[in-house]
Design a protein around this ligand. Structure first.
Ligand SMILES: NC(=O)c1ccc[n+]([C@@H]2O[C@H](COP(=O)([O-])OP(=O)(O)OC[C@H]3O[C@@H](n4cnc5c(N)ncnc54)[C@H](O)[C@@H]3O)[C@@H](O)[C@H]2O)c1
Length: 445
């Protein structure tokens, strides 16, 4: 929404949220303090905020004033009832639809921006059209393909924008209204239009394919370790095949983030609910492989440290699920830490953008042990050298660029010996570290 406001000064954009603290942070006079860390985002907000971009908790007022409403609320995996652990929880979507139905007095275009199961638009339409107050609604699907860490760049120059709408003349008119918004900065040939159901399913499919590539190369990484092949070389060789392409072929400790797992589980659930067992099982394997990669990384640390990490200090470099974001949702670090804490390891966390409170929130959320126990075993540091001091091992969980340029000799000198580095993102120069004296484990080598 910030980028739409930046690129369309003639359109007034109001972002509303029930969460007062979050809105207050978006209104912080210093745009460096906005709640999402993304390269370039604070500049975009600084340019548009107060001009045609506003952040507010007055949801009813914003609905009343708007011609077009983007529903962008969270759609987490259900934690209760039918579909628990698989299906998308659509209660926040439904609440939005009901609120729009209650407040709206004139015709609205309602845009699904959240990632939704195929055919959700039907439910939204039903709720909106059964209010009987004479308001006409058009529902569009406009899934978001940005990647965290490069969100602003992705929004400024998207590979494509996808908009789905009804095939009726009214549906097409609404669809064109949204095309005109994006056409302010996106070349028209990159704005794809389709029907509602194809648009909804395309988003789940895109995430499933991306996650599948990560799990595919990760599956091969384990085979590389056993056979003497090098996964980086394998990825380079296959990536030059134009049918395969080089992106998303980096072996790692596993994918995280709020979307991949949730969206695949959702896809699996939908397939299963139509009785498509083989389709569901096929995609579920992407998640199974990802979980395996995280636990195998943790097990390898325990095994290498002479089968016990109890009372040992293990330094975690990185907690965010990827570099250039402060988002930690489903981060591999959380699950690797949890496995090591079960073995009574002491963990020292350093991440350049993630605060201590978030680390404890993530661990406590799992409910594996008491918050007191987590506090006892985990310490957060704002200085990476302090985090690594007296550690038996370092585990690299996020690919932050700064890790590459540390004074590794200094780190080595202050660690317990033998000093181990487990590089879950293949980012440090393993030959240089080995020369210093480290024992280095890199995934897929
Ligand atoms: N994060 C991403 O990179 C990304 C990318 C593409 C798509 N998506 C999709 O976008 C959606 C949102 O993701 P997110 O990461 O921004 O989630 P989020 O949890 O960070 O944000 C959702 C916000 O919605 C607010 N909210 C919930 N119910 C509300 C209501 N009734 N009225 C007003 N505000 C309400 C919450 O307070 C919260 O601040 C999800 O469906 C996700 O799958 C996210």
């Amino acid at each position: 929404m910030a980028v739409i406001a930046q690129k369309c000064p003639h359109i007034k954009v109001t972002v509303v949220d029930l969460n007062e603290a979050r809105i207050a942070a978006w209104n912080d006079p210093d745009t460096e303090n906005i709640p999402v860390y993304e390269p370039g985002l604070s500049t975009v907000v600084a340019e548009a905020r107060g001009r045609n971009l506003f952040f507010s908790t007055e949801v009813d007022k914003a609905i009343d004033e708007a011609e077009m409403i983007f529903i962008s609320v969270n759609t987490p995996t259900k934690t209760y009832g039918t579909g628990k652990g698989m299906a998308a929880d659509l209660k926040y979507i439904e609440l939005c639809a009901r609120q729009i139905a209650r407040v709206a007095k004139d015709d609205k275009i309602v845009v699904e921006k959240s990632t939704l199961p195929v055919r959700t638009a039907e439910a939204v339409k039903n709720i909106l059209q059964n209010t009987g107050n004479g308001v006409n609604y058009q529902i569009l699907s406009n899934p978001e393909f940005l990647a965290e860490g490069t969100a602003v760049e992705d929004l400024h120059a998207p590979d494509r924008v996808l908009i789905g709408g009804d095939t009726t003349p009214e549906g097409q008119e609404a669809l064109n209204a949204l095309v005109e918004v994006y056409a302010n900065w996106v070349p028209r040939e990159r704005i794809l239009t389709t029907n509602l159901w194809s648009s909804e399913l395309s988003k789940l499919t895109a995430n499933a394919f991306l996650a599948q590539r990560v799990s595919s190369i990760n599956a091969l990484s384990e085979l590389c370790e056993r056979t003497g092949a090098d996964v980086t070389e394998v990825a380079r060789s296959i990536g030059t095949d134009s049918r395969i392409g080089p992106k998303f072929l980096k072996a790692s400790v596993g994918f995280g983030g709020s979307c991949f797992q949730k969206d695949i589980l959702n896809l699996v659930y939908i397939a299963r609910s139509y009785g498509l067992k083989e389709v569901a099982d096929y995609w579920e394997q992407v998640i199974i492989m990802n979980d395996h990669q995280k636990s195998r990384f943790a097990n390898n640390i325990v095994k290498t440290l002479y089968n016990t990490v109890s009372g040992k200090k293990i330094a975690f470099l990185g907690w965010a699920f990827k570099k250039d974001t402060n988002d930690t949702r489903e981060s591999a670090a959380i699950y690797v830490a949890d496995a090591l804490l079960n073995e009574e390891a002491g963990i020292a966390v350093y991440d350049p953008k993630v605060p201590e409170s978030q680390v404890f929130f993530d661990l406590d959320y799992l409910g594996t042990r008491s918050p007191e126990k987590n506090k006892q075993l985990v310490t957060n540091f704002t200085d990476p050298y302090e985090a690594c001091k007296d550690a038996h091992a370092i585990a690299i969980l996020t690919e932050w660029d700064e890790f590459k340029t540390y004074d590794w000799q200094r780190i080595f000198d202050n660690m317990k010996k033998p000093a181990f580095v487990f590089d879950g993102r293949s980012i440090v120069d393993s030959a240089a570290l080995t020369d210093i004296g480290f024992k280095v484990y890199t995934i897929g080598k």
